[in-house]
Design a protein around this ligand. Structure first.
Ligand code: 5GP
Length: 173
């Protein structure tokens, strides 16, 4: 159980940023078909809002990885719980993540996707915590850079709670 949360990003802040991210993504792809991969569970709220701000043909797919277990620090060990079951050869792939922390999850995921032979792989993340980054992964479309705080809400959990909050809050330490 954790105490009251400080609001870091309101639902209005998030909605405004996602609108411009959608414009950036639409103008990058120029109507080319995209395979958008929503990385479960944390990205489901973000991806649902983001796809409605992108113009053009999008196929939406889901993958599920886990790295955190029940704690608030990364184990560094990635488990693939749900892989893609479609052919992405020569396709434009956009990975949608909730947060890049150490970068280990995305590094692993990007490599895994690249091996399937897509035309290009781009990354969109709502949040980035550069202070904790351990491996370099380029984020092509980024929502917000945040400080080294454990955040919840808008899809992000703490022991599977708080994913339904409409804002992003900071867990007091
Ligand atoms: P990384 O592999 O970059 O260290 O971690 C990525 C994953 O860790 C994210 O997809 C997310 O599930 C989890 N994570 C990292 N930082 C936070 C955070 O501040 N809050 C929550 N709820 N999850 C986080």
């Amino acid at each position: 159980m954790i105490g009251p949360l400080d609001i870091l990003l309101s639902s209005e802040d998030i909605a405004a940023r996602i609108k411009t991210l959608g414009e950036e993504i639409s103008s990058h792809y120029q109507g080319k078909p995209i395979i958008l991969i929503c990385v479960l569970k944390g990205s489901f709220v973000f991806a649902a809002d983001l796809v409605r701000e992108i113009d053009g043909p999008i196929q939406i797919e889901f993958m599920r990885l886990s790295s955190y277990g029940n704690s608030t620090t990364s184990s560094g060990e990635i488990n693939m719980i749900l892989d893609l079951n479609i052919d992405i050869t020569d396709k434009e792939v956009l990975i949608v993540e909730d947060i890049v922390d150490t970068g280990i999850t995305l590094f692993f995921l990007r490599d895994h996707i690249e091996k399937k032979g897509p035309a290009a792989v781009k990354i969109c993340s709502l949040l980035h915590k550069p202070a904790r980054q351990k491996v370099e992964v380029p984020i092509d479309f980024l929502g917000f850079t945040i400080e080294d705080k454990f955040v919840v809400g808008y899809g992000l959990d703490h022991d599977e709670r708080y994913r339904n909050l409409p804002f992003i809050g900071v867990v007091p330490t």
